[in-house]
Design a protein around this ligand. Structure first.
Ligand code: NAD
Ligand code: UDX
Length: 452
């Protein structure tokens, strides 16, 4: 069996590396039109940072895992084609700012139609609006002579930073297909790939539309929990309640559960906002404005939470941060990843620069050039924004520290030494509730958390 995966990104790369590792008899080739990315996948420095990924790639690469820019030949030779291309929010035309931009999906479908001469199973791995399989089917049908296709939906639920353990041991694998004999056979073929390491009872099969929609709904529910606890964090700050204590108390109720209740500076990442906006747009398109407004509020609350964090810094620093040095600890959207897409850090740094602060960012995995271009735009510079190579360097002569990403190393820094090197009064704003505020106050810091 030969698998081709189109798109060597955060999903395509790790997912295919794990399939190749677990199924040594299947030849897996990941293709991308981005030659630099493919070169990185073939080098010792992979294009994405994920704990455990280097070992997986090292074991399978060259054996049955390959990375290539030869998109057409790899598609032509494959039995199963995973489509793992990006589906960003549209930035133009109808649905701008909310709908998913499906041009990469359509372009892939057209390429598959153009080069295929043998039967193929096409698997939607990308997150897409419900009914996209129909679009793919129509494009294939209109552009091929003879080759038979089955389109399946197999959304990916891995979270960045834990991609490898998530793929090794998924809560579930979801596969949607057409309820026809041919559709059932295609579903079974894909089930047999995952069944090599995923217990059969955790592989759920559904119709196409349930599978496509479940991905958007899963992300909407997860993000909703974060916006809910973040909304409560504002109330905690107003009342003297502690949001972590509240989260612990409610999370003990088995109907609520303890996970995903960590109040923060706001959720980031390439998925949550994009997928909720996509869901909102779908609801509006199907004439359900009340449902759309309900889910849109999850994103509005997240924007509010990010603004609230910057506003609190400003207010605590006597309503002016102009020319003050602010150290920002962390820039990735969460720990254990170098991904900065939609990171709350971008908003916080921009807010501080707008107030004419001198901002010094430190992140253990995000390159300086990425930080500069995320905040300022490609190739732009601003003398007020610099990047440090350690937390200590960033905090030197600073008036305040803002912890924006929950990297473990920020929990064990020598805060006594850091305090000694800062302007007084020295403030610390913990946007992740990872440091002990009482200890910091004992050192002399004016220490603030989220919702406490
Ligand atoms: P990404 O931007 O990191 O990777 C996508 C890759 O596809 C890029 O390298 C791009 O060059 C390539 N590509 C686009 N069009 C192509 C074409 N026609 N031919 C060849 N290559 C092409 O994106 P990602 O984060 O891996 O996400 C991919 C999809 O998976 C999205 O739909 C996303 O919503 C979904 N998803 C992402 C995550 C996540 O954690 N990042 C998790 C679950 C699902
Ligand atoms: C998410 C989904 O979890 C995953 O299933 C899906 O496949 C892709 O989208 P990801 O965005 O990689 O994964 O990371 P996730 O762990 O969900 O975190 C998203 C954001 O929410 C991060 O900024 C994180 O810091 C924040 N978060 C998460 C909180 O603020 N509080 C929490 O309790 C959990």
């Amino acid at each position: 069996m030969k698998i081709c995966c189109i798109g060597a990104g955060y999903v395509g790369g790790p997912t295919m590396a794990v399939i190749a590792l677990k199924a040594p008899d299947i030849q897996v080739t990941v293709v991308d039109m981005n030659a630099a990315r493919i070169a990185a996948w073939n080098s010792d420095t992979l294009p994405i940072y994920e704990p455990g990924l280097d070992d997986v790639v090292k074991e399978a690469r060259g054996r049955n895992l390959f990375f290539s820019t030869d998109v057409k030949a790899t598609i032509a030779a494959a039995d199963i084609i995973f489509v793992s291309v990006n589906t960003p929010t549209k930035t133009y035309g109808v649905g701008s700012g909310r709908a998913a931009d499906l041009r990469y999906i359509e372009s892939v479908a057209r390429t598959i139609a153009e080069v295929s001469t043998t039967p193929k199973i096409i698997v939607e791995k990308s997150t897409i609006p419900v009914k996209t399989a129909e679009t793919i089917q129509q494009i294939l049908a209109a552009n091929t002579s003879g080759a038979k296709f089955q389109v399946l939906s197999n959304p990916e639920f891995l979270a960045e930073g834990t991609a490898v353990p998530d793929l090794f041991n998924p809560d579930r694998v979801l596969i949607g297909g057409e309820r026809t004999p041919e559709g059932d056979a295609a579903v079974e073929t894909l089930v047999s790939v995952y069944a090599r390491w995923v217990p059969r009872e955790r592989i759920i099969t559904t119709n196409l539309w349930s599978s496509e929609l479940s991905k958007l709904v899963a992300n909407a529910f997860l993000a909703q929990r974060i916006s809910s606890i973040n909304a409560i964090s504002a109330l905690c700050e107003a009342t003297g309640a502690d949001v972590d204590e509240v989260a612990n108390a409610i999370g003990k109720d088995s109907r609520i559960g303890p996970k995903f209740l960590k109040a923060s500076v706001g959720f980031g990442g390439s998925c949550f906002q994009k997928d909720i906006l996509n869901l909102v747009y779908l609801c509006e398109s199907f004439g359900l404005p009340e449902v759309a407004a309900y889910w849109n509020q999850v994103v509005s609350m997240n924007d509010y939470q990010k603004r609230r964090f910057s506003a609190r810094i400003l207010k605590s620093l006597f309503n002016t941060v102009a020319d003050k040095r602010i150290a920002v600890f962390g820039f990735a959207f969460k720990k254990d990843t170098n991904d900065t897409r939609e990171s709350a850090a971008i908003n916080v740094v921009r807010d501080l620069l707008a107030e004419h602060a001198n901002v010094v960012v430190y992140d253990p995995k995000v390159p300086a050039a990425e930080i500069m271009s995320d905040v300022l735009g490609k190739g732009e510079t601003n003398p007020r924004l610099t990047v440090a190579t350690s937390a200590y360097e960033a905090a030197l002569d600073a008036h305040a520290i803002a912890i924006v990403t929950e990297w473990d190393e920020f929990k064990t820094l020598d805060y006594t030494k850091i305090f000694a090197d800062m302007h007084k009064p020295a403030s610390l704003f913990d946007g992740r509730n990872i440091v002990d505020l009482a200890k910091l106050r004992a050192i002399g810091f004016r220490a603030h958390g989220i919702g406490r």
